[in-house]
Design a protein around this ligand. Structure first.
Ligand SMILES: [Zn+2]
Length: 400
């Protein structure tokens, strides 16, 4: 990991000069949100309760560059993030499997991915790469320090448990993908430049990138997802500016997964070096109002929980990701007993940072018998309700 520049949360660098945007070097910066002492990771759980209780915490101090729309946490410390046992896979969910299947089908068809070499940077469990390879008869290379092999692994896909680096330039790939990595990386310019450099050996290849959609997270829809792990947030304009600056020509940027993600397709090019975008005053106003939006959202959920759970009831949270962690940090659940469950088997038996709660399999709710099931991610609500009913759970549901 590259060492973070020495910047304090007030935006003053160690030499006393004002902070510049790490993407465009612009100095017209707006600080718009601050949250102190939150767990630094939600994609990595802890094997023991004791380790979880002492998990690192950090501050979120979000700033926005008016020149290129890049948003970053200026208090982010890459030393608090590990990818070695990182697992945010949602492939156990039928809805997410459907999403990955449709995405793969579109990419195979659009880019004629048949008999090609595919490189997936930050491949996680390899679900996406494996699907692309199976669908088009492609061969694949998955690179991820936290890769955990799947039972349905194909012999045409090779995985290396490493951080992505220039060493992988020997495999430039006909198609290179990188999903939900850029937002956690300390140096987005350096990282995309590295990808561009390793693609030099095959300039006819296509680059596919997916990142969380900043617009969707700051308009009040998804406040629970604003977590420390995100060093960077991108809008369609700022991801275009970043890729253009680092030697790509962007073919398209589209919202996907209900608008929560941005799906970006690009090809290597000489790049125009353009760093700036047109000012977006409306988005700027949304960000300026975000601290209030966040507070109102938390207050409104607390009010609902007060009315549902006052007096203490048996409560389960279904989904042990960022949203559950945020909920536990900012709301009082009034639970007489609390159980966290997750459908991802690799999360089960692990512990949540700081609160130390153990993550259980959903089946454990049969004997736990919750009065209330909090669904942390609305996109999974239909399948969770149906899975919960199949387990005989009679309690009520509350969708975050
Ligand atoms: Zn900028």
């Amino acid at each position: 990991m590259k060492k973070e520049p020495d910047i304090d949360p007030r935006g003053i660098q160690s030499d006393g000069s004002p902070e510049a945007c790490p993407v465009c070097s612009g100095g017209d910066i707006l600080e718009f949100f601050c949250l102190r002492g939150v767990p630094t990771q939600d994609g990595a759980m802890w094997p023991t309760r004791n380790e979880a209780l002492h998990a690192p915490v950090g501050d979120i101090v979000l700033v926005y560059c008016r020149s290129c729309q890049y948003i970053w946490n200026r208090a982010h410390d890459a030393g608090h993030i590990t990818f070695d046992r990182y697992d945010f896979s949602m492939q156990s969910s039928p809805a997410f499997q459907h999403f990955v299947h449709n995405l793969s089908r579109r990419l195979v068809s659009t880019y004629h991915l048949q008999g090609k070499m595919i490189v997936d940077i930050g491949c996680g469990d390899g679900h996406f790469l494996g699907t692309l390879c199976r669908m088009g008869g492609n061969t694949g290379l998955g690179i991820d320090p936290g890769h955990t092999p799947q039972r349905d692994g194909s012999s045409d896909v090779h995985y290396v448990k490493e951080y992505y680096s220039d060493r992988h330039a020997a495999h430039p790939g006909d198609f290179v993908s990188c999903r939900h990595v850029l937002n956690a990386i300390s140096d987005p310019v350096g990282f995309t430049t590295l990808i561009r450099r390793t693609m030099n050996g095959n300039t006819r290849s296509t680059f596919y990138m997916e990142v969380p959609n900043a617009a969707c997270n700051f308009d009040g829809t998804l406040v629970w997802n604003v977590a420390y792990e995100h060093r960077s947030w991108f809008t369609a304009a700022s991801i275009r500016a970043l890729l253009s600056r680092t030697g790509f020509r962007v073919i398209g940027v589209r919202p996907t997964w209900g608008g929560e993600y941005l799906s970006v397709e690009a090809v290597p090019s000489a790049g125009d070096g353009k760093r700036h975008t047109r000012p977006d005053r409306k988005f700027e106003r949304t960000l300026a109002a975000f601290a209030g939006t966040y507070e109102r959202k938390v207050r409104s959920v607390q009010k609902k929980l007060d009315s549902i759970s006052r007096g203490g009831i048996r409560t389960a949270i279904w989904g042990a990701g960022a949203r559950a962690l945020t909920l536990l940090s900012v709301c009082d659940l009034h639970a007489s007993a609390l159980r966290i469950v997750d459908i991802n088997p690799r999360r089960q038996g692990m512990h949540l940072p700081r609160s130390g709660y153990r993550v259980w399999a959903p089946e454990s709710l049969r004997e736990f018998r919750p009065d209330l099931v909090i669904i942390s991610n609305p996109r999974f609500a239909p399948e969770i309700r149906s899975q919960a009913r199949a387990l005989g759970i009679k309690g009520r549901f509350f969708v975050l």
